[in-house]
Design a protein around this ligand. Sequence first.
Ligand code: MRU
Length: 348
Amino acid sequence: MHEFRSVFLDDQAGELVILDQTRLPNDVVYLRLSGTEDVWEAIRNLRVRGAPAIGIAAAYGAYLAVRHGSPESPEAAAALFRQAKRYLETSRPTAVNLFWALNRMEQRLASRYDSVAQLLCALKTEADAIRNEDARMCHAIGEHALSLLRRGWGLLTHCNAGALATSELGTALAPIYLGTQRGYQFKVFVDETRPLLQGARLTAWELSEAGVDVTLICDNMAATVMQRGLVQAVLVGCDRVAANGDTANKIGTLGLAILAKHYGIPFYVLGPTSTIDLNCPSGASIVIEERPGEEITTKWYCSRMAPQDIKTYNPAFDVTDASLITAIITEKGIAYPPFAASLKALPQ
Ligand code: MRU
C-alpha cells in the first residue's frame, strides 16, 4: 500500500533506518542511525514518532548499542544493554510502548549466553519480533475496527496513528486503509493537530498517498464538522491506556471526545495491547510530556507567530476520561465500558 517504511534495521550496515518525519510532507528522507545518542535524538525530536514506532526504534537502538560497544563478555554486553535502556527511556515519557519494548528486550538477558554473539542474536530476534508482531497487530486492529464502520461514513482522526507511527498500516488508520481496499469510500477529516501538525504533515500525506478521500481541517473546526453531520465516528490512537480506560493521546484528543459525546458520535480508541498499562490505575498517574514553548511560537514556520518571550504552556498529550470513550479496539478484540473489567478480560 505504501512505499515508505517508517522504521527498520539494516543489520548488515549496523544501522537503524528511519523516515525523518520532521521533513514530511516536503521531503522523503531516510536517516541512518548507529549511535545511541542519535536514536535518542530521533525519538526526542519526533523524527521517529507514534507509540509503536518509538518502541521499535528503541528496541533496535538498544541492540545496536550493545553491538557497537564491542563487549568482550556476555556480562559486559548485558551491562551495555542496561546503560542504553536507561538512557533511551529518558527520550519521551508518555508512550508506554517505549518502556514496554525495552523491558521485553531486557527479559532476554535472563537466559544464559555462552558468547556475546549469542546474546546479540537473542536481542536482535526480540527486536524483530516486536516489529513483526506490531505489523500483525495493526492488521488485526483494522479488521476489528472495520466491523464497527459502515460504507460511505465520514470519519474524523487526530494526530497521526498511521503507517508512519507503526511498522505498517497504523492503528487508527488501519480500518481506513482496509476499508478503502474493500470499496468503503470513507470520507476522512483530518485535524491539523497543532502545534506540530502531525495531522496536516503526516496523516493527510499518508492517506492521500494511498488514495483515500481526505479533507484537512484546523483543530478548531472539528465541532462544526460534527454539528453538520459530516462524521459518523471518531478514530484516534493512544500512547498509554490506564487500567480504568483513561487514555493519553495527542493533545486535543480530550476535546474531540467531549465534542463527540455532545453530538452522539462514537469515539473509538485504537491501539495494540502493548499500549495498555494495567500497572497504571488511572489517567492521573500518566506522565504527560511537556515540550518547549518554541513549538507553539515558532516551530515549523519561517518566522515567529507570537510575541518574543510570551509565556507558553505546551503539554504534548492529554488524557481522555474513560467515560467519554465508546470502545477501545485492540488486536485481541474490542473492549467496551466498564473498561476496568473488559481490558483485563481481553485474551492473553
Ligand atoms: O507526539 P507524537 O506525534 O509521537 O504523538 C503520537 C500520538 O499521539 C499517536 O496518536 C499515538 O502515539 C498512537 S500512534 C499509533
